[in-house]
Design a protein around this ligand. Structure first.
Ligand code: BGC
Length: 366
């Protein structure tokens, strides 16, 4: 066995440990255990951690996360009814009325004081539905019946609303990756609930993406933003909304690689990112490596794997990003002054590494 393979196996073992250690008694996964701003359970990060734990054979941990999120969503039932009711009457709810991207580890919406977190994000609910479907292999168990229906009704009603994106930015627009996560979640809900109306919305969304979110043959960050974003890889891996060989998907992945790779081979979020200077992220590099492994680009996979391993901390922890390849170095120190050192370990960095190594093509449905 090569040294890299051994190191990668050890990194999977360590990743499983980091994610397990970051799981609260409630079942929530903390985004990062030692970065104050990330001391919450995000549905987006958590869903990927659960997919990774399932892929690594840690089904009990994944089940506890899904059950936590299920309870959280059920606790928002009145809010979901109010939001969907207003939308059905042609009224637009206030942004603060919408469901949050993250909850406290015990499962409550955070108490908003001062500057509010950009909490209105829709992708996490779609990703959670997709991940639950994968966990249950398409067979709805009674414990999830209410929460799956609630989450599906919510994102079905809201998919056209502008909201904050994966990176908690640009709350005034729609984002291709966000609506892709919604489409994936609705397909899953349709299968789990046996309700074809959610599949109909999912198809409408994919057509909307093809009609409004493509420029020069490749997906863009959004209908109003021609840049490419590394999270667009999700459309094929893991969501499989389009086949990886679909020309638009091929062009999108090529554009991510051409425009967002650094000279060392890490992948940035998007051009113009200033968060901690806009460096490459470990989870994005592993995400592309996961896609490459599933779709036969062995060189791409190996490069991604080596890059992530080379950029892990001496302890083996995987941070969010390193600070040595900023797009704009002027933004590094202001973030260090504001929030301290970059989050490490970041649980979903470990999740993406595990998925790159162990994720199969049929996470979720075929
Ligand atoms: C990222 C989000 C992530 C959160 C917690 C933010 O900086 O933009 O995508 O969910 O950190 O990890």
């Amino acid at each position: 066995m090569s040294t890299t393979t051994t190191t990668a196996r050890n990194a999977v073992v360590q990743g499983v440990r980091v994610i397990a250690d970051g799981q609260a008694a409630s079942g929530a996964y903390v985004a990062s255990p030692n970065f104050a701003e990330y001391a919450y359970g995000w549905l987006r990060d958590g869903a990927y951690c659960a997919l990774a734990m399932d892929a690594a054979g840690e089904r009990e941990s994944a089940a506890e996360f899904y059950a936590w999120a299920s309870r959280v969503i059920e606790s928002q039932q009145a809010r979901i009814a109010a939001i969907t009711g207003q939308l059905a009457d042609g009224r637009l709810p206030e942004r603060l009325e919408m469901l949050p991207a993250r909850y406290t580890l015990t499962g409550e919406p955070e108490v908003i004081e001062g500057e509010a977190w950009p909490n209105f994000q829709l992708d996490g609910y779609g990703t959670w539905l997709f991940a639950v479907d994968s966990h249950l292999n398409g067979e709805l168990s009674p414990a999830f019946a209410a929460s799956v229906a609630l989450a599906a009704r919510y994102i079905d009603a809201c998919w056209q609303l502008p909201c904050f994106d994966y990176w908690e930015e640009s709350g005034d627009r729609q984002h291709t990756s966000t609506i892709a996560a919604i489409a994936a979640g609705l397909r899953s809900a349709s299968r789990l609930l046996g309700d074809p109306s959610f599949e109909t919305t999912a198809r409408t969304i994919v057509q909307f993406m093809l009609d409004n979110c493509v420029a020069d043959g490749s997906f863009t960050k959004g209908p109003a933003d021609p840049r490419v974003d590394a999270s667009l890889v999700s459309i094929a891996t893991p969501f499989r909304l389009l086949d990886a060989r679909h020309p638009v998907m091929v062009a999108t992945v090529a554009r991510v690689r051409a425009e967002l790779s650094t000279s060392t081979g890490g992948i940035r979020r998007y051009l113009g990112d200033t968060y901690y200077g806009g460096n490459p992220w470990l989870l994005l590099t592993a995400w592309l490596g996961w896609h490459d492994r599933l779709h036969g680009d062995d060189d791409g996979y190996r490069r991604a794997r080596s890059w992530v391993l080379e950029h892990s901390a001496a302890t083996g922890d995987l941070p969010e990003q390193l600070l040595d390849e900023p797009q704009d170095a002027a933004f590094v120190q202001p973030w260090l002054d504001r929030w301290g050192p970059v989050a490490s370990p970041l649980l979903w960095s470990h999740a993406k590494f595990i998925l790159m190594e162990c994720g199969t093509a049929d996470v979720a449905w075929s």
